[in-house]
Design a protein around this ligand. Structure first.
Ligand SMILES: [Zn+2]
Ligand SMILES: [Zn+2]
Length: 490
């Protein structure tokens, strides 16, 4: 089974792996139909007649369908089997409307389950059910692999003493409907740390000051990372289960799969260089197949990936094959770190797409401490007060090695982000070349200032012999003209 096909009837091309979803009809389109008038929404978009979209339309009919497939009695029996001596007191299955209003995050539908033990002590768990309406054209098999890797990651970390949710998979003999891809997780109390909230952050000055309570929070974050450091792996990939149920490192189960057909994910890998080159080459292949991004971004993405390839090829430290390797959260925004009002970290949630990597990448700063728009600067010498606070916290905890991972970590933050989305700003590329000292090795002085247009032209010359780039440049796709009558669409 491959990724889903384009939504145009009888089109057998695959929907784009990234940015192929129309924000209006919520369907997924191939390279050729995303901006073609046969996909009617693009006429509305181009003629500024975009009517907006309701939350209900974005989530339905999936949510009411998932809710109708749920068997409450099975939830009760499964969770009481997993957590002996506890009785379920309530399963919070709400109406479709209330469920949609309360949805958090893009990937899961959460069902809260309250339990009580024999002494009357209560606790809560969640059933986490994967949604398909997340905007990505995955088949169910990919979601199952992703969920299995999340369960394995959480179990490895929980058993290693890290504050993450206790997690159990869907039982092998579950009586729930097979369309329900889910696991059970214990509830982690606390909230996102308010100053790091993305809404607040949007209005932040470029380098917000750090108050006393935030310092306390960041020190608690440092202690949490020191817990994380105790759980180590021998390869680069994603935690998974072997046939006997033992946790091991399997293929790298990324949020942006590098293949649209089985096995979907490659790995495990023995060095960062091997892993990065695999991702870069797989995405270049998807671009040549016109399966990654739409016509507007393909040349820019292609050139970015070629530059990332040159960076990775020229950095000796990425060739290191010796572990240990550590888990990195793939989406470490503020909402996933739950803390008390005093800033103490209670745990970190939402481990889908997590992977194992080198110490330098795993302990580079969490995204929440980085500048709001890192891609608009290439100066990685000036750190934010928040990054400085994490460095000081590690030093006060006698961990100068982890402080160094933060001080030198921006190049990894940039590389992780750029590889995920096959996109980088010119600032990102310049900063990575400086950080990894690539200009010295590659013998090329990168201009200190350069417009995007100049950069694109320079790169086209630099990679003029690249066969894939030549093909993409020689086979441009022009946006179809809108038919006359379309311009009158109301
Ligand atoms: Zn559409
Ligand atoms: Zn199509």
């Amino acid at each position: 089974m491959s990724f889903i096909n384009c939504a145009i009837p009888n089109c057998i091309y695959q929907a784009l792996v990234e940015r192929g979803r129309c924000g209006l009809c919520c369907r997924q389109y191939c390279f050729y139909h995303l901006n073609d008038p046969v996909h009617h929404c693009c006429i509305l978009r181009k003629t500024n007649k975009w009517p907006g979209i309701s939350l209900l339309k974005m989530k339905e009919p999936e949510i009411s369908q998932l809710l109708s497939l749920l068997d409450e009695k099975v939830i009760v029996s499964e969770i009481e089997t997993y957590i002996p001596d506890h009785k379920v007191t309530k399963v919070h299955i709400k109406s479709t409307e209330d469920t949609i209003v309360e949805l958090r995050g893009g990937f899961d539908l959460l069902i809260k389950i309250d339990l009580e033990d024999v002494g009357g002590q209560s606790q809560s768990w969640f059933m986490r059910i994967r949604k398909r309406s997340s905007g990505r054209p995955y088949p169910d098999e990919v979601l199952r692999m992703n969920l299995e890797s999340e369960v394995a990651t959480c179990q490895a970390l929980f058993e290693g003493g890290v504050d993450v949710p206790q997690t159990f998979p869907r039982p092998g003999d579950s009586k729930q409907h097979p369309k329900l891809i889910y696991c059970y997780q214990s509830f982690i109390p606390g909230d996102a740390w308010p100053p790091f909230d993305p809404v607040t952050k949007f209005n932040d000055p470029p380098n917000p000051p750090v108050d006393y309570l935030t310092l306390n929070h960041i020190k608690s974050v440092a202690k949490w990372f020191i817990q994380l450091e105790k759980v180590q792996f021998d390869k680069i990939g994603s935690p998974s289960f072997d046939t006997s149920g033992k946790i091991m490192v399997g293929p790298l189960v990324e949020g942006e799969p590098t293949k649209a057909i089985p096995p979907y994910f490659d790995g495990p890998f023995t060095s960062l260089k091997e892993r990065y080159l695999n991702v870069i080459d797989s995405k270049l292949r998807l671009l040549r197949n016109r399966e990654l991004v739409g016509p507007d971004s393909e040349i820019y993405s292609y050139l970015v990936l070629l530059e990332l390839r040159e960076i990775v090829e020229n950095v000796k430290e990425l060739e290191k094959k010796k572990g240990p390797f550590y888990v990195r959260h793939a989406d470490d925004h503020s909402d996933h770190c739950r803390a008390t009002e005093d800033g103490e970290v209670m745990g970190v949630i939402d481990w889908e797409w997590a992977y194992t990597t080198s110490k330098e990448e795993a302990f580079s700063s969490p995204d929440t401490l980085l500048p709001r728009v890192l891609s608009r600067t290439d100066d990685d010498h000036i750190l934010t007060h928040r990054e400085e606070a994490l460095i000081q916290a590690y030093e006060s905890l006698n961990r100068p090695d982890l402080a160094e991972c933060v001080r030198e970590g921006r190049k990894y933050s940039r590389l992780m982000r750029c590889l995920h989305h096959a996109w980088a700003s010119i600032h990102d590329i310049r900063a990575m070349r400086k950080g990894f000292k690539v200009d010295l090795v590659a013998g090329e002085a990168y201009p200190t200032e350069e417009s995007k247009e100049d950069w694109v032209e320079r790169m086209k010359l630099k990679y003029a012999d690249d066969e894939g780039l030549k093909w993409v440049l020689d086979n441009p796709v022009f946006e179809p003209e809108l038919p006359e009558e379309c311009l009158e669409v109301k």
